[in-house]
Design a protein around this ligand. Sequence first.
Ligand code: B3K
Ligand code: ZN
Length: 885
Amino acid sequence: MRTDTGQIVHLADYRPTDFVLERVDLTFELDPTATRVEARLIFHRREGVDAGLPLILDGDELALSELRLDQIDLKPEQFDVSPEQLTIRDLPESQPFEITVVTIINPEANTQLMGLYRTNGIYCTQCEAEGFRRITYFPDRPDVLAPYTITIVADKASNPLLLSNGNFLGGGNYDEGRHFAAWFDPFPKPSYLFALVAGDLGVVEDSFTTLSGRDVTLKILVEHGKEPRAAYAMDALKRSMKWDEERFGREYDLDIFMIVAVSDFNMGAMENKGLNVFNDKYVLADPETATDQDYANIEAIIAHEYFHNWTGNRITCRDWFQLCLKEGLTVYRDHEFSADMRSRAVKRIAEVRHLKAEQFPEDAGPLAHPVRPTTYREINNFYTTTVYEKGSEVTRMIATLLGRDLFKKGMDLYFERHDGDAATVEDFVKCFEEAGGRDLSQFSRWYHQAGTPMVTASSAYDTAEKTFTLSLEQTVPATPGQPVKEPMHIPLSFALILDNGSIAEPTAVTGGEITGEVLHLTERKQTFTFSGVASRPVLSLNRSFSAPINLDLSQPSADLAHIARHDSDLFARWQAITHLALPNLMQAARDVGEGKPIDCDPAFVEALLEAADDDNLEPAFRAQVLALPSEADIARELGGKNDPDAIHAARQAIIAIIAIIADKGAAVFQRLFDTLRIDGPFAPSAEDAGKRALRNSALSYLSYADGGIQRAADAFSAADNMTDMIQALTVLAHRFPGKSETANALGAFLKRFETNPLVLDKWFSIQATIPGPGALARVKALMEDPHFVATNPNRVRSLIGAFAFSNPTGFNRADGEGYRFLAKQILAIDPRNPQLAARILTSMRSWRSLEPVRADHARAALAEIERTSELSTDVRDIVERMLKA
Ligand code: B3K
Ligand code: ZN
């Protein structure tokens, strides 16, 4: 492990390299413990660069074996080398020269899963962000682009497949049972997009003909025997390729596109040029083992990585500060794809739920940073929900500001102007300024200012004048390093809904710019006046969540119920029900704390049940309505001094009121459960998934009524697909832990899926997230279970990650044991896999908003980590930022 050097990288220090890399030739002689890597790199000195300057190459835990300049061995006085750096002096002044670097690396010993490593007998690489420097000494930064030729030599019997980026050049046999393959990638790329895969895998093959008639071979490579489970991923890939042609005019550019599924991977997937490497969780699916959510994730991630071919690969990032240029934009693209494949409104609701659950807390805590940060200590810690999801929201707002056509024009300009470039956020924004004819300088603050803006709104209707006034005020909270903020340009989609459900069309508006249905809030305080509004309208604001803000708009529950019934924007209807729910949940949490009885506004319950019971609405939407704000949502709204036990108890009590105390509840849920059964074969379609989701949420409410446990146990036995099975098992485990029905179901599930790691992960997660004081002991016991594999990131995330991120009561024990347990685990994981350790540690990012007793325990556990001398840069960076006042 590389321990922390404390070095901080600043955007302001960016300058181009002194040397230009012209081409890269790599030869790998694969061996599990001693792989020889020969890199031949052609450079020339950049014009105007001082002739005396040395060439400095990055390394990470490397051992240099040979070093030549134009095929002649370098003398010791011509270079300096350490595991982290190779400095070469006395280089030619003007003409190109060739550096040959030979390193010997040990893939088997690489537990960080960065660089070249082995997983289940397969050689595989992960180079983003700085993994290539663990393979050879190299100018390992994203603005160094070159075409690559790759030769792989390996034992043929154990490695029949030898894969890399680009097009296949040829291959053949060597002596002693070895063979080779050569690949050439003509598209200049940065080293982080390099990939190599070798081993013995099963192949699923298909093809795609591009818009201009080129045939592309498609291959998905999986462990032998798992081929049938790659069919859905292949289908998703072909749909993605077609969609990108139709929607963004982007065609695929190589002769072959490959996806390799591996079981040990630090993240979801990686967009290496022509050779995507995936966590097998996001490739493998069949009805028996995958839930509807798994299918949706596979579709989205296959699309995301494929879309990177243009947004990320053909146009890459100049430096890592520009990460959102490829990630935010590509998330926006995959969101749009899923919206087109499924229900747009339901997709938007799911996105906003995710944004609020993950990004809003990040933006409100010690790890807050701008979408485009200006400093970092460990770049791996900046693959955050702010860069990805808020980055996507910023792109979405550009589309909202410009409208669909001008946004498309801006994207076309971006592709045309920057193809082959390592670009910046400024380059990107400029394309939309030019195409849209709009100054986006104030808007660009979304990239630079961290923190979720708060918009406070109040309105009044003047019956005599027939005017409606809307007063808005925005504040952006202080965040680490940014105490003072400038006002943002916030696009707010709105509607004034009249009594009969129609939308008012005012005759005039003053106070600011309005384009179509979007109101532009640009000042700190702004008042819009709408004239010619015949009767008092109900304001629906931030429809479709046009801006990622917190909205403080106190509306009478009758108004919210009106929106919930009449808004033509389904998202806004869901949002209105959420706004009806939250005050009830928050009040209940306070009441629990004070030992008072819990109460609930009938208008809310009525609106909720009415939507759930309305067969004219799509089932997936109704399931989202029934999901209610989560415990984390309630905690966030409460703002500080949170008691997770009180929040949990409050939410449970409100659910019970809806399920059994409200007159209509039990009947509605019973009807949904009885009538939504799908007969016929399983289809992972959005429509069927929606029905399953609604039926399963009905099951979950019904578990509060008499006989709930038996109903859940019966549903578990009757389930003929993984979605229904997991839902029933979750109801049993979370609502009835320790009961024999639950133990039986968990046992049966384990027995049936013991040999399927991805399903076993679910078994671990369900148990890790059982609420209450027994959780920690359960998690500790599960760590001793023979099925727990401490070296597999998916398994670690499914147990320890699930406990820390998704078990608010179990993890946030008042005695602090949860935090101490996590600290111990982080210190155990860190030496082996720093990225995984750092990621799981971010589960404590909201520790400051806990009530004082828990907050003190949390601080002490973090301080314990901080005191440890041998920390990776990854963990040290996170822990220090979390503790900084
Ligand atoms: N670009 C990769 C993420 C790499 C993370 C490196 N720590 C996957 C993606 O966003 O598509
Ligand atoms: Zn990405």
